[in-house]
Design a protein around this ligand. Structure first.
Ligand code: SF4
Length: 65
């Protein structure tokens, strides 16, 4: 089973909140920066949409083994 890792570039994140609004199960804002609620997920649902919504491209989703 593939797994996916959520990575948020803390330097790039401007805290707009898009990711947390679109995908609150996996993203939250902590002190003005987005944090992944889970580092590794088994299945992509809203995470990809959240990554696409990021205005500064701070979110990447990486396939792991
Ligand atoms: Fe940060 Fe991007 Fe999430 Fe906005 S959408 S809070 S810039 S990671």
């Amino acid at each position: 089973m593939p797994k996916y890792q959520i990575i948020i570039d803390q330097e790039k994140c401007i805290g707009c909140g898009n990711c947390a609004n679109i995908c609150p199960s996996s993203f939250e804002l902590v002190e003005g920066k987005a944090k992944p609620k889970k580092i590794v997920i088994a299945k992509i649902s809203c995470e990809e949409e959240a990554a696409d919504s990021c205005p500064v491209n701070a979110i990447s989703i990486k396939k792991t083994k």
